[in-house]
Design a protein around this ligand. Structure first.
Ligand SMILES: Cc1ncc(COP(=O)(O)O)c(C=O)c1O
Length: 377
């Protein structure tokens, strides 16, 4: 990395925390769909579903309106509701837990590992009760959790695994892609993810009956009988538009290159960041990281809020990475859990974590500038 560390890069333009890479070919394809007049769930939704299913080597992909609707549908399709418990990591984007509340089930929180920010597998078994119906492991920030271990435990206890791979398209454990381990795998296509459709989500499953029901539920519970609409479920409108699907399909063609480039950017961070009050993320040897977020941990000497505003003055956009969910007002009022003592790693990641910019449009010089600025804090 000598070529970068030798020079001090002067930065004028603001570097946001995240920015989607929308190229001319993406825009051209979206325009093509707009001109066709077929805007809702058409050819490109099907094409997007096909490439997702093929890439992951699973039978079915179902595109929906966002990566929260995916999780909501996953719980619905498995019949999870009142009286059931669902295990979720205490540190994630709040959507992972909100969907459990939306179906009337109860969240059972498990702390995360301090070095990977993924669910601490050693704490899962003690959270399982006779009411546990599912676990939603999150592949946080684009790093696969120990999904093999999660699946082994779920098999032993007869509970469903719904993978929340919202941020982790392309992440693997021992070569196998996340989203293809559990009965259902859920992805988000929000602009902060590796590829985007604006808003959007994809569910993967190998189960034919689950796939059929997902397709019904995303479209008001519809079933076609001899060319006639019949409504066999009280479903939702969770459809994806065709121009959104065209955008994601176009970007999907570059997915391997995107992940490769983000790994190159992450390598520059690893070699250039040397502030001793900052702990860099860990990648276990059996996983690959897709770097949806580069998330560091601040030692107590550095204050999160202060750092965010100092870096903003230096034209660098940063933020905290995800929430300690039991500490959020709704969850604290409902469950009354002391997150600081019960989920110390989640609480720490929430209050001392910092997400710093990493995205396809950044140059390696941008990364050097950020690293040098952080080193001087
Ligand atoms: C872990 C996780 N789950 C679910 C979601 C929800 O995805 P969406 O914003 O597409 O609804 C997100 C969004 O960032 C997320 O990070």
């Amino acid at each position: 990395m000598k070529e970068f560390t030798m020079q001090m890069v002067c930065k004028i333009d603001f570097i946001p925390l995240a920015r989607p890479d929308i190229r001319e070919e993406d825009i051209a394809l979206v325009n093509e769909v707009l001109r066709s007049g077929m805007l809702v769930q058409g050819t490109y939704v099907e094409k997007l579903e096909n490439v997702f299913a093929q890439y992951h080597n699973v039978k079915h992909a179902v595109a929906v309106s966002n990566g929260t609707a995916t999780l909501h549908l996953a719980l619905k399709v498995l019949g999870i509701g009142a009286g059931d418990e669902v295990i979720v990591p205490a540190f994630s984007y709040v959507a992972t837990a909100n969907v459990v509340e939306l179906v009337g089930a109860a969240c059972v929180f498990v702390d995360v590992d301090e070095t990977t920010f993924n669910i601490d597998v050693s704490q899962i078994e003690q959270a399982i009760t006779a009411r546990t119906k599912a676990i939603i492991p999150v592949h946080e920030f684009g790093l696969a959790c120990d999904i093999e271990a999660v699946c082994a435990l779920s098999k032993k206890h007869g509970i469903h695994v719904i993978e929340d791979a919202a941020c982790a398209l392309g992440a693997r454990q021992n070569g196998k892609l996340v989203g293809s381990f559990g009965i259902l795998g859920s992805f988000s296509l929000h602009p902060r993810k590796s590829i985007t459709s604006g808003e959007g989500g994809i569910l993967l499953t190998n189960d034919d009956a689950v796939a059929t029901k997902l397709k019904q539920l995303r479209n008001h519970g519809i079933e076609m009988e001899n060319g006639k609409m019949n409504f066999v479920e009280a479903g939702f409108n969770y459809r994806m538009t065709d121009f959104q699907a065209a955008l994601a399909w176009s970007q999907f063609q570059r997915i391997d290159g995107i992940i490769k480039y983000k790994n190159e950017l992450a390598t520059v961070y690893f070699s250039a960041l040397n502030n001793k009050n900052i702990v860099l993320p860990t990648v276990p040897p059996d996983r690959n990281h897709t770097w949806q977020t580069f998330h560091v941990l601040l030692k107590e000497t550095l204050m999160q809020d202060e750092l965010i505003s100092k870096l903003k003055q230096q034209n660098i956009g940063t933020n905290y990475g995800a929430q300690c969910i039991p500490a959020q007002t709704y969850y604290y009022q409902k469950y009354g859990l002391n997150a600081f003592t019960l989920f110390p790693n989640s609480y720490k990641a929430y209050t001392q974590g910092l997400a710093i910019p990493i995205y396809e449009r950044m140059t390696k010089d941008d990364i050097i500038y950020i690293a040098q600025t952080i080193n001087q804090l």
